[in-house]
Write a protein that binds this ligand. Structure first.
Ligand code: HDL
Ligand code: ZN
Length: 416
């Protein structure tokens, strides 16, 4: 038992530092999928977060067309020059690149980009991937597997090697909004009787398509990112597809549906992935889904800081809703701290505090290094309050609770 609060603080920090993390959402791919898996200095420096930041300061004559026509290394040089050398690398994404290079033992203090590139060129991805997972102390990461992408489905049909530390998620964005035409074309091409409008028969075929792919890649969950205009319970195509195709298929596959809500795609198309904006969504639409699908399990994260408090309250209202991560524009220290505090204060440990959303393998190193420090600071306060109130948690209990918010509660939710 802890004699004083200082011993407790040390135990909390040690627990966060050493707990194994489950990364519930990333954009990683198996090394066998070749260039799909991004890694190395130039990919780190051209992460779309940094590309967006580059264009906030780049000379006006650097057009999007010129930039995208450059080789990746030239793009990375521009990012390095404008965001690291000409200005303080104070943004979260810029600091992240520095944390990654530094923790890999590279001479980032000396700003030796040439030497850093040389080191990466000497790495073998089959050995490097497990090294990164060990450094970040991650048991497994869930990928994003778009079953409407010809390039991705072609690779899955080849049955290539997938390391144990990578699990699949069946990503279905194209089913919704302006993606439907492409999705319908892909399903027709694959032999499913899908019509231009998702009527009942078409929804049944969509359900069959999802179940066939689910049997093939065995996803941890189905997933979709949707816009802030998200509405449910009307007679829209979205509601019909959710009710007659997606939810029944997820139920039959025995997996949750993950909804990532609030993306405004194509706010600035010239920036591609970097040109996506954020919008405030209607949390009551989610409540209507939960009221209707009482047996379903929903994993949800929302993109707008404005939605976080309402979403946390909804997670108290519905035990079949599990909220996760500080997504994208919320993945910043100032917001992560606020979100983690309000989630602990309203949900105890029944949530998942973070996911990396890593698009580049090496990012796992910084995303989890930064997250652990932030969450440890919050937990020190919370356990300190508990100690003050007269409770004496044991070391095992602290380790149990820390693991819970770094993946344990997620796995309990999957298995419940
Ligand atoms: O839709 C998503 O899964 C988002 O995470 C986008 O991929 C986004 O580009 C991203 O990487 N955010 O971190
Ligand atoms: Zn993502």
């Amino acid at each position: 038992m802890y004699k004083d609060a200082n011993e407790l603080v040390a135990a909390v920090r040690k627990a966060v530092e050493t707990t194994v993390v489950t990364d519930v959402h990333t954009h990683l791919f198996p090394p066998s999928h070749g260039d799909m898996l991004l890694w190395g200095a130039d990919e780190i420096l051209t992460y779309h977060y940094l590309v967006a930041e580059l264009f906030t300061v780049a000379p006006r004559d650097l057009t999007y067309e010129k930039f995208w026509a450059m080789p990746k290394s030239a793009q990375a040089d521009l990012v390095w020059e404008h965001l690291f050398l000409n200005r303080g690398a104070l943004s979260e994404a810029a600091r992240g690149a520095i944390t990654t290079f530094n923790r890999l033992g590279l001479d980032v203090a000396g700003r030796d980009l040439t030497g850093i590139r040389k080191w990466f060129a000497e790495q073998n991805i089959e050995e490097y991937l497990p090294k990164v997972f060990t450094m970040a102390n991650i048991d497994y990461a869930v990928m994003t597997n778009d079953v409407f992408s010809a390039a991705q489905t072609e690779l899955w049909r080849q049955g290539l090697a997938v390391p144990e530390c990578l699990k699949t998620a069946l990503r279905i964005d194209p089913l919704f909004a302006d993606g439907w035409e492409k999705a319908a074309g892909v399903m027709v091409e694959a032999g499913y009787a899908v019509k231009a409008e998702p009527d009942e028969k078409t929804c049944d075929e969509v359900r069959r398509y999802l179940l066939d792919w689910s049997a093939r890649i065995k996803p941890v969950y189905f997933a979709a990112s949707i816009g802030p205009e998200f509405a449910y319970g009307d007679d829209s195509a979205f509601t019909r597809l959710i009710d007659r195709a997606v939810m029944p298929a997820a139920a039959e596959a025995g997996v949750p549906l993950a909804l990532m809500i609030g993306v405004r795609r194509d706010v600035n198309p010239g920036l591609r992935d970097a040109g996506v904006g954020v919008g405030v969504s209607d949390v009551m639409a989610l409540a209507r889904m939960l009221q209707k699908h009482t047996d379903a399990k929903l994993l949800v994260t929302m993109l707008s800081r404005v939605n976080q408090h309402e979403l946390t309250v909804l997670a108290r209202n519905f035990g079949n809703l599990h909220i996760f991560g500080c997504w994208w524009y919320c993945n910043n220290p100032s917001i992560i701290s606020e979100m983690t505090r309000q989630r602990l204060e309203m949900l105890g440990t029944a949530f998942t505090c973070q996911h990396s959303d890593a698009r580049v393998l090496d990012q796992l190193i910084y995303k989890w290094n930064h997250a652990r420090k932030l969450v440890a600071d919050v937990l020190v306060d919370k356990y300190g309050d508990l100690f003050e109130a007269g409770w004496r948690p044991t070391e095992e209990e602290i380790n149990r609770d820390v693991r819970a918010i770094f993946g344990g509660s997620f796995e309990e939710f999957l298995n419940r």
